[in-house]
Design a protein. Structure first.
Length: 375
């Protein structure tokens, strides 16, 4: 999973100055993302993060100074980033592809738990000793970050340790909150590359990257437009932990991809964007209709599945050998590429799923993230 630092109780970090007015700035339109906005000023941009995490909160404002001679407006900015940025720290594997695709991989100087990173470009830097391992302890992380003096730190808000954000701000290190995981539209989540693009002075490049991903995604989506719903296979997802089956909610990012690929989700009565907690009996009843099991954790074989829990053997997809996992590609130290690149490349996930459900639509395509579990 993505490596994290932090944070909760973010309200405590709101500045006390009068709020900066965005009314006179030109808004740069985004296509899908709802969690942030970009505004253009004279020699600077402002990012407004509206959804840093699921709970309601005041927007976070970040000023990015593009021209060193620009007049910086006063206001309650949570951080001010001055370009060019040469040294950056990231805290989630989902942020790593942004650097690769924008051509700034070499600027990464710190990350918590380097073994989680799959990117071949970053792994070369790690071997060269150019990326510092920030460890797993939150306090040691923030102390190391301060010593590294990065131009900015990008923080995922999936964690629960707010104190680090305050410490970084006290040390005058710009810290920006990335709430990409809150987005449930697959293309909306991918569009957060523009967030990183602004912080690197590479918004034009980020636009190009996103437009290419969007084009491929929409073209894949069109492949199933004329298929009757009667040809959509029924699909189950999730995994069992002890006596509880955890499955993606019907409104989640992952479920939207399953549906976009032309399938029927057997747990569609489970609303929400998080994980539904289901009983084994409920899942077993529903599984009688399921033709595929998608996202079966990191099992190596069907026997591995049934040896882990004999109850899995009762599921129809296991009996019919139609079980797929997303762990086909891993980094050299075991990081799962799906959890790193997948959120920025929903087009690849969508094509994988279409190939699984409707192989005749993509006859020459080879699965990228997913693999069938055999044996």
């Amino acid at each position: 999973m993505a490596a994290l630092i932090m944070l909760w109780g973010l309200q405590s970090c709101q500045p006390s100055e009068e709020r900066f007015s965005l009314d006179e700035l030109e808004e740069i339109t985004l296509d899908y993302a709802k969690g942030f906005k970009i505004y253009q000023g004279e020699g600077y941009k402002v990012i407004e993060v509206l959804q840093a995490f699921p709970d309601k909160h005041q927007p976070y404002l970040y000023l990015i100074q593009e021209d060193e001679n620009a007049d910086i407006p006063s206001g309650n900015f949570n951080s001010i980033v001055r370009l060019p940025a040469e040294k950056v720290v990231m805290t989630s594997t989902t942020q790593i592809p942004h650097l690769d695709y924008l051509g700034h991989t070499q600027k990464l100087i710190g990350f918590p738990n380097l073994d989680l990173i799959s990117s071949s470009h970053v792994r070369k830097q790690i071997k060269a000793g150019e990326v510092n391992d920030l460890g797993r302890g939150a306090q040691s992380n923030v102390e190391m970050i301060i010593d590294l003096e990065p131009d900015w730190v990008m923080i995922s808000t999936l964690g629960d340790e707010i104190k680090n954000l305050n410490l970084l701000q006290s040390a005058n290190i710009p810290a920006v909150l990335n709430g990409e995981y809150v987005e449930q539209n697959p293309l909306g989540r991918a569009e957060w590359i523009k967030f990183t693009g602004v912080l690197l002075g590479e918004l034009d490049k980020a636009n190009e990257v996103f437009q290419s991903i969007q084009k491929d995604y929409l073209e894949a989506e069109k492949l199933i437009e004329n298929l009757p719903s009667s040809e959509f296979p029924k699909v189950m997802s999730g995994v069992m932990y002890k006596d509880i089956w955890y499955a993606p909610g019907n409104d989640s990012w992952g479920t939207k991809l399953l549906k976009a690929a032309g399938s029927q989700y057997i747990f569609e009565d489970q609303s929400g964007t998080g994980s539904a907690q289901l009983s084994y009996e409920y899942v077993l009843e529903k599984a009688e209709e399921a033709e595929f099991w998608i996202g079966a954790a990191d099992f190596k074989s069907l026997s591995d599945i049934t040896n882990t829990d004999k109850r899995y053997a009762n599921l129809r997809p296991v009996q019919e050998k139609k079980v797929f996992t997303y762990t086909r590609k891993k980094g050299e130290t075991g990081g799962v590429e799906y959890f790193e690149l997948g959120y920025m490349r929903p087009d690849l996930i969508l094509k994988d799923l279409i190939k699984i459900f409707h192989p005749e639509l993509l006859p020459d395509y080879q699965l990228y993230f997913y693999t069938k579990i055999n044996g």
